[in-house]
Write a protein that binds this ligand. Structure first.
Ligand SMILES: Nc1ncnc2c1ncn2[C@@H]1O[C@H](COP(=O)(O)OP(=O)(O)OP(=O)(O)O)[C@@H](O)[C@H]1O
Length: 336
């Protein structure tokens, strides 16, 4: 378990961390998610001891490490841009932490072989970092960080420099690795899809403060505020209220829309809009809409629903939210 208590970090007058308190459970894979400049890296680097806090405490596994040097905190760290010794082979890079700790040669050899297998790099022992792809280098960096059996693994946008496909593959791989190795892992990312996909807990940061902490489903379904809601996925503003595009239903008849809407507590009401565009996204269909007053929003429906509506550009529809703030439990009843 990592506990951050009232952490403060200032750069001049600017509070990069503004009294952050956070518990990171042992064995979890926790994502620190937030926009650029929200303080994610500062928090991660403070846990690592690479930044000194101006106030507050960091406790790792029951030990207050606030004033402890980074190399004595029992952490492994992986950065966005791999930091490897270019003149050393993959094997020697992974072995580095063990070699400087003067561990017996046989133990090092066994451990490095095991780790290279876990990260899918067996057969690459004798290559140099320049002979690896970006994704392979990041996996090597992970093996190196894991070699010294850290209590905590800290990852700062480890896949940030890679292209989208490799990135998606590596996060699946990280999830499986974590299920195997179970080391308490903290991942910094600004990508909500990455956080929702890989983490079992997410802490959402904004302007040096924590907005909400929870598991992905809770954060997505019950965001604490508008910031968390918009940051965790696309949203539409319907009658002044934020609604997810797939929580909007469309009707051609105002009467029917109003009758169904009356059953949703706290709903923003029925909004008349004109179809600007119908975009087929495989199984789902996005319908771009515009109200009389020029407000644009999108609804996302299944293909079957879109076909039943038979919408074309320029037609008028009546939009309503299928979930309201006080009536989430009504949602299934409305799926008619
Ligand atoms: N050494 C520094 N000196 C001055 N300001 C800094 C320093 N390091 C970070 N900051 C500021 O602190 C704030 C938080 O930075 P941090 O790197 O933690 O953000 P982040 O959420 O990780 O953003 P990104 O996703 O862009 O890396 C930013 O406004 C940044 O400009």
């Amino acid at each position: 378990m990592i506990t951050v208590v009232d952490a403060r970090k200032n750069y001049g007058d600017f509070a990069a961390l503004d009294n952050v308190t956070l518990d990171i459970p042992a064995g979890s894979l926790t994502a620190l998610l937030g926009p650029s400049g929200s303080g994610k890296s500062t928090l991660l680097r403070s846990i690592a001891g690479l930044e000194q806090l101006d106030g507050g405490r960091i406790v790792i596994g029951g030990r207050d490490v606030t004033g402890v040097a980074p190399q004595k905190r029992g952490i492994g760290f992986v950065f966005q841009h791999y930091a490897a010794f270019k003149h050393m082979t993959v094997r020697d890079n992974v072995a580095f932490g063990l070699t400087i700790r003067k561990r017996p040669k046989a133990e090092i050899a066994r451990k490095v072989d095991d780790l290279l297998e876990i990260v899918g790099l067996d057969g690459f022992q004798h290559r140099y970092p320049a002979q690896l792809s970006g994704g392979q280098r990041q996996r090597m960096a992970l093996a190196r960080a894991l070699a010294v059996d850290p209590e905590v693994l800290l990852l700062d946008e480890p896949f940030g420099a890679l292209d989208a496909k490799v990135r998606a593959d590596l996060r699946q791989w990280l999830r499986r690795l974590h299920d195997e190795v179970h080391v308490t892992t903290v991942l910094v990312t600004h990508d909500q899809e990455e956080a929702l996909d890989v983490a079992d807990r997410i802490a959402v940061l904004n302007k040096g403060r924590i907005e909400q902490v929870g598991d992905p489903v809770t954060l997505y379904d019950r965001p604490a505020n508008d910031f968390v809601m918009s940051f965790l996925g696309s949203v539409a503003r319907l009658g002044g209220q934020l609604v997810r595009p797939h929580d909007i239903a469309l009707d051609r008849s105002r009467e029917r829309a109003e009758a169904l809407d009356a059953r949703v507590g706290g709903s923003p009401g029925v909004v008349e809009a004109v179809v600007e565009r119908v975009v087929r996204l495989g199984f789902e269909v996005r319908i771009d809409l515009r109200t009389d007053s020029g407000v644009r929003f999108a609804a996302q429906v299944t293909r079957a629903e879109a076909d039943a509506l038979g919408l074309a550009d320029g037609e008028t529809v009546y939009a309503r939210a299928t979930t309201g703030p006080d009536a989430a439990e009504l949602h299934p009843a409305l799926a008619i």
